[in-house]
Design a protein around this ligand. Structure first.
Ligand SMILES: Cc1cc2nc3c(=O)[nH]c(=O)nc-3n(C[C@H](O)[C@H](O)[C@H](O)COP(=O)(O)O)c2cc1C
Length: 330
């Protein structure tokens, strides 16, 4: 068990921060399905300071989401301090510093994973943020820049020293991006070196992967990213499997469609109709995964721009699945 601020966790399953994915409506879906901590998409520190509408909107959350973290990124110490203070002003449960983003424009400018190439700068930046705010500060990073430059043990020691409250390790290098197998072998060494809670991230897409991550690494928690897009039910499936050793049956058709429509409705309320309908298209494959004739329906869903039209397609599809065509059913 470990704590972040007033919240205690025993083997928590976290929803990863994901740009263009973990907005408030999707976070709520995952939280209700068992995610123990949810994070915003990463928020640009400079954007926050400029009061950009996009950056401010990313910080909007509702009480039901707690424990809720705001993730910020940037490569300039003063800006990160200001951004952390601005984040703190909306009262999240934690502020997370992104030290792992691999995207060229970010990493090559000394932010995100770029900080792994300048550990003294990472130390100054994180330490200044920790000192500037009362809210707990956590960090998400990678093993290192590339396979020849794995820094995670020293990084974890340094972060513990400066007062970070938990560390998420995406068990790939910056050079790997999001590809290739995560390497969990470093985590037991990190665990042996620090008392800081360690969250393992990378490649956790099934309850079996989750079990393996806990068993092989001795980590304190795990974080799921793409696995939550392809299957938002993964949080409760993992919990059930870890508790019982048995797999939960997949969600019923009624549950799937009710969840989808509820998510869509909340998205429309949060972002406005057209934006919500367009942005939610990315979630259809996950919500409808493995259902019969799904690719045809997904194509149909790419056309409408109103809630009523989407709802009609989904309900028609649901009803066709619940009452199979008597000719094809035999
Ligand atoms: C669409 C997408 C957006 C992402 N955005 C962020 C982000 O804003 N902040 C962050 O720390 N990581 C971000 N990541 C990385 C994930 O949080 C995670 O570290 C990575 O996908 C590995 O986990 P996985 O193998 O479970 O997908 C993003 C990943 C994806 C696929």
């Amino acid at each position: 068990m470990f704590s972040i601020g007033p919240h205690s966790f025993t083997r928590p399953i976290l929803l990863a921060p994901m740009e263009d994915v973990t907005d408030m409506p999707f976070r709520l879906v995952c939280r209700r399905l068992g995610a123990d901590i949810v994070y915003t998409e990463f928020v640009n520190a400079e954007g926050l300071i400029r009061e950009s509408v996009k950056a401010k909107k990313k910080m909007v959350f509702v009480e039901e989401e707690r424990p809720f973290g705001i993730q910020i990124y940037g490569g300039v110490e003063d800006s990160m301090v200001q951004a952390a203070k601005l984040s703190e002003s909306v009262a999240p449960d934690l502020v997370d510093i992104n030290c792992g983003c691999w995207v060229k424009d970010i990493a090559m400018r000394g932010a995100g994973a770029g900080l792994l190439r300048d550990i003294p700068k990472m130390e100054r930046l994180v330490s200044s943020v920790v000192k500037a705010v009362k809210v707990p500060v956590t960090v998400k990073t990678r093993l290192g820049w590339d396979a020849d430059d794995i820094r995670i043990i020293d990084v974890a020691k340094m972060l513990e020293q400066v007062g970070v409250q938990a560390l998420t390790v995406h068990c790939r290098t910056r050079v790997q991006g999001h590809k290739g197998d995560p390497d969990y072998t470093w985590i037991p060494k990190v665990k042996a070196a620090v008392r800081l809670p360690i969250i393992v991230n990378g490649g956790i897409n099934t309850p079996h992967d989750a079990d393996r991550a806990f068993r092989e690494t001795g980590c304190d928690g795990i974080m799921v990213a793409r696995g939550a897009i392809t299957n938002p039910w993964i949080f409760r499936e993992i919990k059930h499997y870890l508790a019982t050793g048995k797999e939960l049956p997949p969600p019923t058709l009624e549950e799937r469609f009710a969840l989808m429509l509820h998510h869509l409705k909340e998205s429309v309320e949060f972002k406005g109709e057209r934006k919500a309908i367009l942005e939610n298209r990315k979630h259809y494959s996950g919500f409808l995964k493995a259902l019969p004739h799904v690719s045809q329906v997904r194509q149909e869903l790419m056309v409408p721009e109103t809630f009523v039209e989407v709802e009609a397609i989904l309900l028609r599809y649901r009803d066709s699945l619940l009452t199979p065509d008597p000719i094809t059913a035999h």
